[in-house]
Design a protein around this ligand. Structure first.
Ligand code: ATP
Ligand code: MG
Length: 361
């Protein structure tokens, strides 16, 4: 069976380092591994509108920002297809049919939706579209017959919901859809990178992000202001790693070569952590190291972005071509789905013949 990737992001803002370690960095590795037959990367504008219906400009403006972030992080349009969700109306049609296979109580149990509803403070005014976005995500994944979805931990309930829809669809209508699997980051710190404020998740909507496109000075400012151990006051005090965002970021980003280059007194992260816990290592020194690590990771991305920004029409051309190519694939899946559901009346000669026979005597 073909190995196919589908993954994406909501164009609700520029991409941040949480996206990078949670999904984007992995996508680039998978793309360059050559192990996959097709890679689809979707800018989920229709999904973003489910909780931003009153702010279409925000979504519109961020399409190109997300595309620039993708390409500057190493997504290569010659190897991966970048598409815009709303340009593929077949996805909406699939969503409509899949909605019949999901109960309201099942949607209510989705833990990511539960916490996102709380975060957005919808109260009793939950948009139906937002509530049902796990169904539209199932349409996105299955339309491209994706086998693999590289994403952060928050996407697990979405992929589980997709698996259930596939199972139910295939059971009722016959083997048609492909069951996808999530590919989580193998590094624990990357599953759900916290915000610089120490809050549970770095998220565009919470304003606690370090963006991929941020300037060197701004990254440094944010790192120096980051949440650490509030009880680690004097350098000699023993420090705690628990909930210490600076160390979580080092877990996510630091590589042995960073120690060689920026902190050769320490053999690696374990030694640095042990010193911090023992006491005698100041937050500023650790933050300076983290800043060096982040800058060395972000500098090449920033440089590529500066180049790409000089030719914005090219970026839109990539999106248009990608969306056109993806639409053909989604249309073929929709044809299969409709045939399985027996709603392909005009393509089915047997149907006409049966009616002819019924009325011929
Ligand atoms: P929004 O607040 O609009 O939902 P977001 O910051 O949560 O935005 P999404 O576009 O919803 O970003 O997520 C895109 C991808 O990035 C998903 O695969 C998600 O799992 C991953 N991701 C987002 N935030 C993080 C994070 N803090 N740590 C790890 N992965 C993340
Ligand atoms: Mg999100």
């Amino acid at each position: 069976m073909a190995k196919i990737i589908l993954t994406g992001d909501r164009p609700t803002g520029k991409l941040h380092v949480g996206h990078y370690v949670g999904s984007l960095r992995r996508r680039v590795e998978l793309q360059n591994s050559g192990e996959f037959d097709k890679i689809y990367i979707m800018i989920a504008d229709a999904q973003a509108l489910t909780d931003n219906a009153d702010n279409p400009d925000k979504i519109r403006e961020n399409i190109v920002e997300v595309a620039l972030d993708y390409m500057s992080a190493g997504i290569d349009p010659a190897k991966s297809t970048i598409l815009i969700q709303s340009m593929i109306p077949e996805l909406t049609e699939l969503t409509f049919y899949y909605a019949n296979l999901v109960t309201i109580s099942r949607l209510e149990r989705n833990p990511t939706i539960k916490s996102e509803l709380q975060m957005r403070g919808f109260g009793n005014s939950i948009p139906v579209g937002f509530y049902t976005y796990p169904i539209s995500q199932a349409a996105d994944i299955t339309a491209f017959k994706a086998t693999t979805v590289p994403a952060g931990e928050d996407q697990m309930p979405m992929v589980e919901q997709t698996q259930e829809i596939v199972q139910r669809f295939n059971y009722i209508y016959g083997e048609t859809l492909v069951t996808p699997h999530i590919l989580l980051p193998d590094n624990k710190a990357c599953l759900r990178l916290p915000g610089i404020d120490g809050k549970a998740k770095m998220s565009k909507s919470l304003g606690n992000c370090i963006y991929l496109s941020e300037s060197e000075e701004d990254v440094k400012k944010k790192v120096m202001s980051m949440f650490t151990d509030p009880n680690h006051i004097k350098i000699e005090d023993p420090g705690s790693l628990e909930g210490n965002t600076v160390f979580t970021y080092l877990d996510a980003f630091a590589k042995p070569e960073h120690f060689e280059e920026f902190l050769p007194d320490y053999a690696g992260l374990d030694e640095l952590k042990a010193h911090y816990e023992r006491g005698g290592l100041g937050d500023v020194k650790v933050k300076k190291f983290l800043n060096n690590v982040l800058q060395s990771e972000l500098e090449p991305i920033r440089k590529r972005r500066a180049e790409l920004q000089k030719d914005i029409p090219y970026v839109y051309e990539v999106l248009k071509k990608g969306s056109e190519e993806a639409r053909k694939v989604a249309a073929a899946t929709l044809d299969d789905v409709k045939a399985s559901m027996k709603i392909n009346y005009f393509d089915d000669n047997a149907l006409i013949q049966e009616s002819v026979k019924k009325y011929s005597n």
